[in-house]
Design a binder for this molecule. Structure first.
Ligand code: FAD
Length: 369
């Protein structure tokens, strides 16, 4: 059965969904409100961390599924997206050893290192606690990934339309009606809403099923470094050596070494003005002074980007009637995008989704985990 599917949102998630749906033979139209390559949402720029290392086997398994799909995307399009430069985790011993155990249990390579060994191998990073290296990790090129998904989707017949803002989505009979801001009406058998920080706007007033999502403006910065492209990705976990908290992530990229605090930004309207936050930049500079001896701290270039965070940091990948929602990626979704499109296509085809990603998990009668 060929379905007509409208995808709302051309960030990495909607674009991946368009690829998987079109590859299965569905008739797909993707509507994105902004121009190609825009930097107003969550999927822009030159770098995102790819890693398998999650202490939680559920996410580790999802990353294992995502890896060959990234490679398939590269083969289908000829666009280079993923560079496996490896990942370094450092911080409290219990955090680092939980990652090591999870990787070993899944049969994936991992190497525990002393601070001295880590310092010798990556002189640009200061490590004073337990460290772990795992090679099946590295850097995704964010802009190229979005372009590749859209290129691949087009090859399978999808229509990708930029500059088209969706005003509302309404269930109609067994399908749905999508109305644009210009009052164009598209009818569909199914709709996939992948609108990033704008997703809460698609919830009906009083929709208690969709988890509350915090939309925040995060602000990493790029620092010049001679060998930036050779850097592994890194996570400095909160605790030993760093105040308790969500920690710092970073990685090398074509724009230098990127570093950022995870999920500390202010709550914003997604249509924000994107002014640089001087205090956040100063905190990052202080971090780099102490922990990143290999970067040039004189002229960092900050960038803003939206996180859309659920109360439990788990995603929402679920269907309700004709409408599938992909949202709440809580600052760690990019690495999984290649498989999230597949999960979306499964939901559209009527297969059940993961309980963990259910939109109703905070609803009445269900305890928040
Ligand atoms: C600073 C930062 C660093 C990150 N680092 C990592 C990392 O290292 N590793 C990792 O795995 N993840 C990382 N993430 C998370 C990851 O980037 C996001 O989870 C992912 O990009 C979310 O993609 P999305 O498609 O859901 O949202 P978006 O990219 O925001 O896409 C949503 C799209 O929907 C469009 N849209 C919204 N409303 C409408 C409408 N009404 N009509 C038409 N179009 C509409 C928007 O314009 C937008 O293009 C990071 C995020 C940030 C902000």
């Amino acid at each position: 059965m060929i379905r007509r599917v409208v995808v709302v949102g051309g960030g990495v998630m909607g674009s991946s969904a368009a690829w998987h749906l079109a590859a299965r033979g569905d008739e797909v139209v993707l509507l994105e409100q902004f121009a190609p390559g825009h930097d107003r949402g969550s999927s822009h720029g030159s770098s995102r961390i790819f890693r398998l290392a999650y202490a939680d086997p559920f996410y580790l398994g999802l990353a294992v599924r995502a890896l060959p799909l990234w490679q398939r995307l590269e083969e289908e399009t000829g666009i280079g997206v993923l560079a496996l430069t490896g990942a370094v985790d450092h911080g409290p011993a219990r955090t680092v050893s939980a990652l090591e155990e999870a990787l070993r249990a899944a049969g994936r390579p991992a190497e525990a290192l002393s601070p001295a060994e880590a310092g010798e191998r990556w002189p640009g990073l200061r490590v004073d606690t337990a460290a772990l290296f795992h090679p099946e990790a590295g850097r995704l090129h964010a802009d190229r990934a979005v372009t590749a998904f859209q290129t691949a989707a087009r090859k399978h017949g999808a229509r990708i339309r930029h500059g088209v803002k969706v005003a509302r989505v309404t269930a109609r009979g067994s399908g749905a009606e999508v109305v644009t801001a210009e009052e164009e009406v598209l009818t569909a058998d199914a709709v996939v809403v992948a609108a990033g920080g704008w997703t809460p706007r698609f919830a009906a007033p009083g929709d208690r099923e969709l988890p509350a999502m915090r939309v925040t403006a995060e602000q990493p910065a790029h620092f010049a470094a001679a060998d930036a492209l050779g850097w592994p990705s890194f996570i400095h976990h909160g605790g030993a050596g760093l105040p308790e908290g969500p920690g710092v992530y970073g990685l090398g990229s074509a724009d230098g070494v990127k570093a950022g605090f995870h999920g500390v930004g202010p709550v914003v309207d997604p249509d924000r003005d994107r002014v640089i936050n001087a205090e956040m930049l100063r905190d990052l500079l202080e971090y780099a002074e102490r922990w990143l001896p290999g970067v040039d701290r004189t002229n960092p270039v900050p960038k803003t980007c939206l996180y859309t965070t659920t109360p439990d940091h788990d995603f929402v990948i679920d269907r309700s009637g004709p409408c599938t929602v992909l949202a709440g990626f809580s600052g760690h979704g990019f690495k999984f995008a290649s498989v999230i499109g597949e999960l979306a296509a499964d939901l559209v085809a009527g297969r059940p989704g993961a309980e963990r990603f259910a939109r109703t998990r905070f609803g009445e009668g269900r305890a928040a985990r």
